[in-house]
Design a binder for this molecule. Structure first.
Ligand SMILES: *[C@@H]1O[C@H](CO)[C@@H](O)[C@H](O)[C@H]1NC(C)=O
Ligand SMILES: *[C@@H]1O[C@H](CO)[C@@H](O)[C@H](O)[C@H]1NC(C)=O
Ligand SMILES: *[C@@H]1O[C@H](CO)[C@@H](O)[C@H](O)[C@H]1NC(C)=O
Ligand SMILES: *[C@@H]1O[C@H](CO)[C@@H](O)[C@H](O)[C@H]1NC(C)=O
Ligand SMILES: *[C@@H]1O[C@H](CO)[C@@H](O)[C@H](O)[C@H]1NC(C)=O
Ligand SMILES: *[C@@H]1O[C@H](CO)[C@@H](O)[C@H](O)[C@H]1NC(C)=O
Ligand SMILES: *[C@@H]1O[C@H](CO)[C@@H](O)[C@H](O)[C@H]1NC(C)=O
Length: 424
């Protein structure tokens, strides 16, 4: 009886913790599933894509996750189709590690798309891996992640995809028609990168090399993080960096932003006092500045984490965002964590005319060679399938099919729902 009761309670607890967050980890270029050292399960990618070739990184000094990749040597656009996250706020991450899989020491450049939106231009590197993170609410039944070839003989590839469902009230100072693209996520003063399971959503909090700054570890044995709406891990609050004196400022690194135009940004900063100050002597108070304007005043408390979010500013690489001690402060500014995102343009709603897509669907049923095509045929307009011609409307029509390169034995069946076919 006692054993059964324990088993019952355990199963109850497990159910609770699993339902906290939905998760999918896809290891690209393999059919093999495994669990990594941190407890994250990774599955092979066969269920999510029908095209591409599996390859193995030659230089595999990184994790198992980055040792395989899927490479796309044909088609201008190849897409993963991932069901299960419609209407849920997610963190979506793509990993790229070239690893000289082709022995050419020639890392390619190509474009990355999500749900018919441009995400990033990936410039792979010989020795380093890269990741791209976005936070958004998928509107469609499936999340679509596409790799688009943009240069002759430079073949797109991908190493892994990771999706975590977030609480809907996290990162909520933008509406669901925009996405947040991560530029930086730092745990200041930390000597290790923080990730899962310390961060339950596997956000990657990078270490920061603090030139001209002072790292301080928190003397508090615990920090209350429950007031932070984005659930910062307490490990991020265990350290901070401060400037050398009240007369020196802490500058947010904006160099990765556009140099020519200001873009909307979403900035989270995490603060806590790291010493048990005697308030009759010491005051730590500083202004958050954007160029010469004070946008906030911060007076961090001991043992409590404070999160501030600035979601209505625009910035370029020339914008100076910094922390500056107030005139009555006796201690320099300090900071424990930072997340900097850019806010995308409104996400694409448009899809190719449904009737035309259905017509293509029946054509593809008949010809397996066409079945490997994935993603939307016409959207985004810069990346249509290479065997269709489309109109430029919000809901594009397919105007013609370019099938000469495909061996269909001249036997196009009767696909009456597709106007383009009837005119062939
Ligand atoms: C969604 O993805 C699944 C699995 O990849 C696929 O079988 C299904 O056809 C997709 N549905 C749509 C509407 O794209
Ligand atoms: C703060 O310093 C004052 C002056 O030295 C002292 O009287 C007081 O007890 C100290 N307070 C705390 C909480 O240590
Ligand atoms: C930006 O947000 C801050 C804090 O929420 C607010 O005080 C300020 O008025 C906003 N500025 C604009 C231009 O909306
Ligand atoms: C997407 O659809 C919504 C509602 O249907 C509309 O308000 C919004 O303007 C659309 N966005 C774009 C980019 O078309
Ligand atoms: C799609 O095309 C059909 C003709 O095949 C047309 O009747 C319909 O209005 C189009 N739908 C949209 C949303 O443009
Ligand atoms: C498709 O569009 C291209 C570019 O406009 C054009 O050159 C080509 O002739 C079109 N193909 C067909 C079959 O209409
Ligand atoms: C094509 O469809 C039409 C109308 O549905 C039908 O009359 C015709 O026989 C079909 N042609 C072939 C080759 O199946």
């Amino acid at each position: 009886m006692a054993v059964n009761l324990v088993a019952f309670l355990l199963s109850f607890l497990c159910a609770c913790s699993l339902s906290a967050s939905e998760y999918l980890g896809i290891n690209c270029g393999t059919s093999y599933s495994y669990e990594d050292n941190s407890g994250i399960k990774w599955v092979g990618d066969g269920a999510y894509i029908q095209s591409g070739e599996s390859h193995t990184a030659r230089n595999s000094q990184y994790s198992t996750l980055l040792s395989t990749l899927r490479v796309f040597k044909s088609k201008n656009k190849n897409c993963y189709n991932i069901p299960g996250f419609q209407g849920i706020k997610v963190l979506l991450r793509a990993y790229f590690y070239y690893g000289n899989y082709d022995s050419n020491s020639s890392p390619p450049s190509f474009d990355l798309l999500f749900d018919e939106n441009k995400w990033a231009t990936v410039q792979a590197e010989n020795d380093n891996w890269e990741n791209f993170d976005i936070i958004y609410v998928p509107k469609r039944q499936n999340i679509s992640v596409c790799l688009a070839q943009t240069n002759p003989n430079q073949f797109p590839f991908i190493s892994a995809l990771e999706i975590w469902s977030l609480d809907s009230n996290m990162y909520n100072q933008i509406d669901s028609s925009h996405a947040l693209m991560l530029r930086q996520r730092y745990a200041f003063g930390s000597s290790n990168r923080i990730s899962y399971p310390t961060d339950p959503y596997d956000r990657l909090w990078y270490i920061f090399s603090s030139n001209g700054l002072v790292s301080d570890s928190n003397s508090a044995s615990s920090v209350d993080v429950t007031q932070t709406k984005d659930q910062v891990p307490s490990a991020v609050m265990a350290n901070a960096i401060a400037t050398l004196s009240t007369s020196s400022n802490f500058f947010v690194d904006t160099t990765q932003l556009s140099s020519t135009q200001e873009v909307p940004i979403y900035l989270n900063m995490y603060f806590t006092e790291v010493r048990d100050l005697n308030s009759s002597w010491d005051l730590r108070k500083f202004n958050v500045m954007v160029d010469n304007e004070v946008i906030d005043v911060v007076n961090p408390a001991y043992q409590t984490a404070l999160e501030t979010t600035y979601a209505n500013i625009t910035a370029s690489s020339k914008t100076r965002i910094y922390l500056a001690a107030t005139s009555d402060s006796t201690l320099p500014p300090l900071i424990s964590g930072l997340e900097l995102f850019t806010i995308t343009n409104p996400l694409s709603n448009s899809t190719t005319n449904k009737t035309d897509v259905e017509g293509l669907g029946s054509l593809r049923e008949g010809f397996p060679v066409l079945k490997e095509w994935s993603g939307d045929p016409c959207i985004p307009a810069e990346y249509p399938w290479d065997w269709v011609n489309c109109t430029g409307e919000t809901t594009p029509r397919i105007t013609s099919l370019l099938l000469s390169g495909y061996n269909l034995n001249g036997l196009l069946p009767n696909f009456s729902s597709l106007d383009a076919l009837q005119t062939m």
